[in-house]
Design a protein around this ligand. Structure first.
Ligand code: AVJ
Length: 322
């Protein structure tokens, strides 16, 4: 086995600084918001893994089934020598792409990128053991700012799976997709996983499960702020609210304050007054149509080569060529 290497472009102090400035911005605006980035401490990452196994949360298993069916075709078209994965997390579904790349005989290098050093180390270690001929080079960075650090040399495919693209609003998506395009050369590929617009009766429960795991995941962001920013949110008193915004075609998760209160954030020297019933937006998860995805990719300079969807049209894997 080759020893995985790790490159760090995001120090804990960078994260702490961006958390302070974003939380200040979000909690002093109207309506109030927090970035979904802060969900994923160790407890939050654990809760997210539990979400992916819930009966109501179909995206993960749907995307996995799509990858199982289409990974060989993807590898045959893209013929990746280097697979870069943005927001790789546990790299669980990636194995399907790595195996297909190995069968195609092209793949030499896997570059997982994530904000979490611990997730990357664990993933790099187990992938390295499972694929002894593969060079594994982890990059610790924020997916929106990591594209300057991509290795060059070798035909690359960038995978951005799970539907995380949906956390970005349209303007942010434009900027992000354009920067992915400019990081790639002609003939290289992007593999994008995205949730599709579907019945709100299916969408809403996926973010508001009966067992309350997603509610705990949502409230976990307040625990993170209590610990990291010396805040005094009364975490368990906040209600998890899920709204399907049909006009914007996104799910919104919010946390609702039960009564009027003032939250003190020690590290920011900030007092945040909340009205009774006031909601803080904690995540948007945009859903797409195949045509909309193709158009956004086209605007960014990609040619869509294949759109793989499940039989219920709930999730799409798009293979696009630069
Ligand atoms: C990891 C961003 C793809 O939006 O479906 C799951 C996060 N939030 N349940 C999603 C999430 C609530 C998830 N992504």
């Amino acid at each position: 086995m080759k020893t995985p290497t790790l490159e760090v472009h995001l120090e804990p102090s960078d994260l702490a600084r961006s958390m302070r400035s974003e939380v200040r911005a979000g909690l002093t605006s109207d309506p109030k918001w927090l970035s979904p980035k802060w969900f994923y401490d160790a407890a939050g990452s654990e809760l997210f893994e539990r979400i992916t196994e819930l009966p109501e949360y179909y995206p993960t298993r749907t995307e996995r089934a799509l990858l199982e069916r289409s990974a060989d075709e993807i590898a045959a078209i893209a013929r990746p020598e280097v697979l870069v994965e943005l927001g790789s997390g546990s790299s669980e579904k990636t194995r399907l792409l790595l195996e297909a790349g190995r069968r195609a005989g092209t793949l030499r290098t896997y570059v997982p990128q994530d904000v979490s050093v611990t997730a990357l180390e664990a993933a790099a270690e187990s992938i390295g053991a499972e694929f002894p001929d593969l060079t594994v080079h982890g990059v610790v960075s924020d997916f929106t700012g990591s594209l300057d650090h991509l290795p060059s040399g070798g035909r690359r495919t960038i995978a951005f799976l799970g539907g995380t693209i949906g956390n970005l609003v349209p303007d942010e998506r434009r900027v992000f997709l354009a920067s992915v395009a400019s990081a790639l050369q002609g003939g290289e590929h992007l593999l994008l996983g995205a949730g599709l617009v579907t019945d709100p009766g299916v969408l809403v429960p996926a973010y508001d499960d009966a067992a309350g795991v997603t509610a705990e995941f949502d409230r976990n962001v307040l625990r993170v702020l209590n610990r990291e920013l010396g805040a005094d949110f009364d975490v368990d008193s906040y209600r998890h609210v899920v709204v399907w915004d049909a006009e914007n075609e996104w799910i919104e998760m919010r946390l609702e304050a039960p009564g009027a209160t003032v939250v003190h954030l020690g590290a920011l020297g900030l007092d945040v007054p909340l009205r009774a019933g006031e909601q803080i937006r904690t995540e948007i998860s945009a859903k797409f149509t195949p045509a909309g995805l193709t158009r956004e990719l086209d605007d960014a300079g990609f040619d869509t080569e294949r759109v793989f969807t499940d039989s219920d049209d709930r999730f799409a894997l798009v293979l696009a060529r630069r």
